[in-house]
Write a protein that binds this ligand. Sequence first.
Ligand SMILES: [Mg+2]
Length: 160
Amino acid sequence: MELFTPDVRLEKVEDITCELLESRGITALLIDVDNTLVSRATSELTPSVIAWMQSIKQAGISCCLLSNNWHGVIHEYAAQLGVPIIDKAMKPLPIAYIKALHTIGARRATTAMVGDQFFTDIFGARLCVMPSILVEPLSLTDLWYTKIFRKLEKKLQKQS
Ligand SMILES: [Mg+2]
């Protein structure tokens, strides 16, 4: 089950500190959007997440959003945060991870994927041989197919 195991588990993105990244040699982040940065229940970026992103960027960490979402609104989130975005990513397929790395001129070994889902965010990072950080989903509101994945994730967590 190593393929679905993140390197770091945290409650929320704001717990990702510059010290943590520095200690692991991470200089760039690819970040999932839905239920990682933006709650599916409210569909709004919180001041706390916006402040976190500013501090991470100020510390020199390159960031790119990486989302399977295809709706225009995620481009508004990226604009609000001042970071590039790759949408329709089809995670866990590696192609969009590579595209995102290329977009911000980052290398796999020093870039971590941040997300709330084992089967897309974390599995994809494993396939790309990249570090990964799992956070708790911001809301229990999920797409129907995500709900199925959540059940499988719970089983996996019980085993590990
Ligand atoms: Mg997500």
